[in-house]
Design a protein. Structure first.
Length: 258
């Protein structure tokens, strides 16, 4: 980093210390300083140190809050500068963001968030000082087998504020889907070509080739087509409110080569 860049980074860090302006960096490691462990947060190539007690995860049972957020992009405020060592707090940044959420954000508003963790069944989103554990029903109108196939730590996402008390958001409600563009495109009794994208206990999920809308079909036992198969689906029921369709697979056109 050139000296002019270093001076600018130093100025921004000092500004955060003086005025509690919120900065953003990536938690890239853990480091011992004396007898304490700190998270190493990289801010424009400058190392900042985050004490474990300033991580402030919403789940207090996590024994290693720094480790839980490794790789995540986090917001922080500088709390101390000792020569070339910068100490920061995520807790204070969260408190400031919550005040902003209370004063400036309205229900129904679309906001930005960051993915700070992903498990098979949940994606954890940090937005306005809150950590939201979202399940598949909060994320998409389509079937999601594993959240890790859709999200990774560090992703930016848009979400709709469902309620403020308690805070609740939905990525699904912020999506633009074919249902908004053409809600009456399909009718019960019609047949369409689609591709099998998932097979689960609930049934067989087929994405229609025309616009990607998904149809849930009942299991077919040993005759269940494999993922990737192209099939003909008979539409049996439609819910515009839920943005869902149900049907039957009436014919398998082709199956992928294995």
């Amino acid at each position: 980093m050139k000296q002019t860049q270093k001076d600018e980074v130093r100025r921004l860090l000092q500004k955060s210390y003086n005025y509690k302006t919120i900065l953003t960096g990536q938690l890239t490691g853990k480091k011992k300083i004396g007898d304490k462990t700190y998270g190493v947060v990289l801010y424009q190539q400058a190392r900042c140190f985050l004490p474990a007690e300033e991580v402030d995860l919403s789940t207090p049972t996590i024994n290693d809050p720094i480790g839980a957020l490794l790789g995540a992009t986090i917001e922080f405020v500088v709390t101390d500068i000792q020569k070339n060592t910068v100490f920061i707090s995520r807790k204070i940044a969260k408190q400031l963001r919550r005040i902003e959420f209370e004063n400036n954000v309205k229900e129904g508003q679309i906001i930005n968030g960051r993915v700070i963790g992903v498990s098979p069944k949940n994606v954890y989103v940090d937005a306005f000082g809150y950590e939201f554990a979202l399940t598949a029903k909060d994320v998409d109108y389509k079937w999601i087998h594993d959240m890790r196939e859709r999200f990774k730590v560090g992703d930016s996402v848009k979400a709709k504020v469902i309620s403020k008390k308690p805070p609740s958001i939905s990525i699904k409600e912020a999506l633009t889907t074919p249902w908004e563009k053409d809600p009456d495109r399909y009718k019960v009794g019609e047949q369409y070509v689609g591709k099998v994208v998932a097979v689960a206990n609930l049934g067989i999920f087929v994405d229609l080739l025309e616009d990607g809308r998904q149809v849930l079909c009942p299991p077919m036992g040993l005759k269940t087509p494999i993922i990737g198969s192209v099939v003909v689906v008979l539409i049996k029921d439609i819910s515009k409110e839920q943005k869902k369709m149900w049907g039957d697979i009436v014919r398998v056109i082709s199956e992928p080569r294995i």
